[in-house]
Design a protein around this ligand. Structure first.
Ligand code: AMP
Length: 281
């Protein structure tokens, strides 16, 4: 497995791979890898000859006061996990090479970024689309895979890929969860054992929503009320940022659950902000 840190070297290697007729898969990550990330690598391996996994904690997607400086990192462990998962190339660029002094170009998807996460984190998606566009340009992928766990991000990046005419097959992989239902996230590492149990409030609330829909309750207001109760019962101190019911593709809000409705939520507990989502029909 190759580990590449220089942008120039990565560009010339991907140019060579393309010239050799090989297809390239790309899995962008911020590192501190868990089985969710590794599932993306495995999916990509089935669709391309080589897989480039990138590790880059992207500063432009963090606002001031967010967890950029304390974001968990474990480069050695990540490289070992990528190798074990069958990854072929790891690209670990340096922040000062990605954003040199005087950097001033950003990519922005205009309307899909105005809601949900975009409301709570105004410049977040501009940072995400900018880094992913740069990674597309550097690595020239044929296939890219993002996780459903960050479903709005997956939709925003899909729109960017289409709008900017990247000739890339775009895949979204299901959320990988712990046995008890907690969506895997690098940020789960911030919790101690009892906080970790309280973090189940998100998946418990989604489970409640699914159960209500199964019982033919389709009123989002009613479902939201019950979800709030479940969250508070699992974690007294949880602060709900949002619970939203929207169309999966357009992110348009809905009052009644229908086909393609996704419920997404963001909850802050013990100073950690977690997100999760589930399709309800
Ligand atoms: P991150 O390192 O958090 O930026 O995530 C990198 C990629 O992994 C993104 O496409 C995420 O949506 C995806 N991802 C993160 N957590 C999970 C999970 N639990 N299951 C599946 N994919 C995930």
């Amino acid at each position: 497995m190759k580990i590449i840190r220089s942008i120039k070297k990565m560009q010339s290697l991907s140019r060579q791979l393309v010239a050799d007729g090989l297809t390239i898969g790309l899995v962008p990550t911020m590192g501190f890898l868990h089985d969710g990330h590794l599932s993306l690598i495995k999916t990509t391996l089935k669709k391309s000859n080589v897989v480039i996994t990138t590790i880059f904690v992207n500063p432009t997607q963090f606002a001031e006061g967010e967890d950029l400086s304390k974001y968990p990192r474990d480069e050695k462990g990540d490289i070992r996990k990528i190798k074990d998962a069958g990854g072929t190339i790891v690209f670990v660029p340096k922040p000062e090479d990605i954003y040199p002094d005087g950097y001033e170009t950003y990519v922005n998807v205009e309307s899909l970024t105005q809601t949900l996460e975009g409301k709570s984190r105004p410049l977040h998606f501009r940072g995400v689309t900018t880094i992913v566009a740069k990674l597309f340009n550097i690595t020239r992928p044929d296939v890219v895979v993002f996780g459903m766990k960050d479903f709005q991000q997956a939709m925003v990046l899909k729109k960017m890929t289409t709008d900017l005419n990247y000739p890339i097959k775009y895949l979204i992989a299901p959320t990988v969860r712990e046995k008890d239902g907690l969506a895997m996230s690098s940020r789960n590492k911030y919790f101690d054992a009892s906080q970790r149990i309280e973090a189940l409030c998100l998946s418990h609330a989604l489970k409640k929503a699914k159960q209500m829909v199964k019982e033919n309750i389709k009123d989002c207001k009613l479902i939201k009320k019950e979800m709030k109760t479940v969250i508070k019962a699992t974690c007294k101190t949880a602060k709900i940022d949002y619970i939203a019911f929207t169309d999966f593709e357009t992110l348009a809000p809905t009052k009644i659950i229908k086909k393609n409705t996704i419920c997404s939520l963001a909850v802050r507990l013990h100073n950690v902000r977690l997100i999760d989502n589930a399709k309800l029909m």
